[in-house]
Design a protein around this ligand. Structure first.
Ligand SMILES: C[S@@+](CC[C@H](N)C(=O)[O-])C[C@H]1O[C@@H](n2cnc3c(N)ncnc32)[C@H](O)[C@@H]1O
Length: 241
């Protein structure tokens, strides 16, 4: 019940260079927050800088299947599924698994992987259009920090409602001032970012009993001066847009 598990440990690190800390420019944040083409497939300063399928979710999908003991016939929902990469790869590594996705971005759904089409719906994490207990597992990776605190709580309750004790939530977090600074320079869309302790308190307040992990931006020991040379910081376990 409610364990910290890094199911994204196989996510590759990203080292693309940026001209300047991008979050300082309000135009970059405004563009990203539309969760449209600019965010997914526009310039790196405004989002992913090209969100394309490359199979990187396959090992993560395997870890998810193993962790939750998923098999053919089980139902999984990926909240904030974007273009459905994880939806596709879960079905690839576990044939017969019934995987669905939900995202707020019309652009992402429109540009989704063919294998995921027909399985994705448009909606918001804090109002999931499914009945209680409808899923064996609900995943929500790097999504709810985009909501303010009250909506974060609602989203967590929604995940719990659909799959009691069988959620997996990952959110942006920082452990110290240096990591917080990196966040402020790098993160475009998160509005709720907290320390792991504060997040745990929020999970408890929501009555969430599933598993969780953090996306933490760390100073890169090989670079170590983000903000001066414009290099992207290292990401613990996961790539951030
Ligand atoms: C950082 S991306 C993560 C995508 C994917 N889960 C991953 O880990 O690669 C955030 C995603 O959340 C979606 N999103 C933002 N706000 C949302 C909301 N209120 N409800 C559902 N999805 C949302 C965005 O469109 C985007 O696809």
């Amino acid at each position: 019940m409610m364990a910290e598990v890094d199911l994204l440990r196989h996510y590759p690190r990203d080292r693309r260079k940026l001209a300047a800390p991008r979050s300082k420019d309000p135009a970059n944040r405004a563009a990203a927050l539309k969760f449209g083409e600019e965010y997914f497939d526009g310039r790196r300063e405004q989002g992913y800088g090209g969100y394309r399928y490359d199979g990187r979710w396959v090992p993560i999908a395997r870890d998810i299947v193993a962790h939750f003991g998923l098999r053919a016939g089980h139902h999984v929902l990926d909240v904030g599924c974007a273009k459905g990469f994880l939806v596709k790869d879960l079905m690839l590594v576990c044939p017969g698994l019934r995987v669905y996705g939900l995202d707020i971005s019309e652009y992402a759904l429109r540009s989704a992987e063919p294998e995921a089409r027909g399985r994705l719906v448009r909606g918001t994490a804090d109002q999931l259009p499914f009945r209680a207990g409808a899923f064996d597992v609900v995943l929500c990776i790097n999504v709810i920090h985009n909501l303010d605190r009250p909506r974060c709580l609602t989203a967590l309750r929604e995940i719990e409602r659909l799959a009691p004790g069988r959620g997996y939530v990952r959110v942006d977090a920082y452990r110290n001032e240096a990591e917080r600074e990196i966040f402020l320079e790098w993160v475009l869309t998160a509005v709720t970012f907290l320390t792991p302790e504060a997040w745990r308190a929020l999970l408890v307040e929501a009555g969430y009993t599933g598993d969780y992990s953090w996306t933490i931006l760390e100073p890169d020991p090989d670079v170590n001066d983000f903000g001066r040379n414009g290099e992207r910081p290292a990401v613990a376990g996961e790539q951030r847009p």
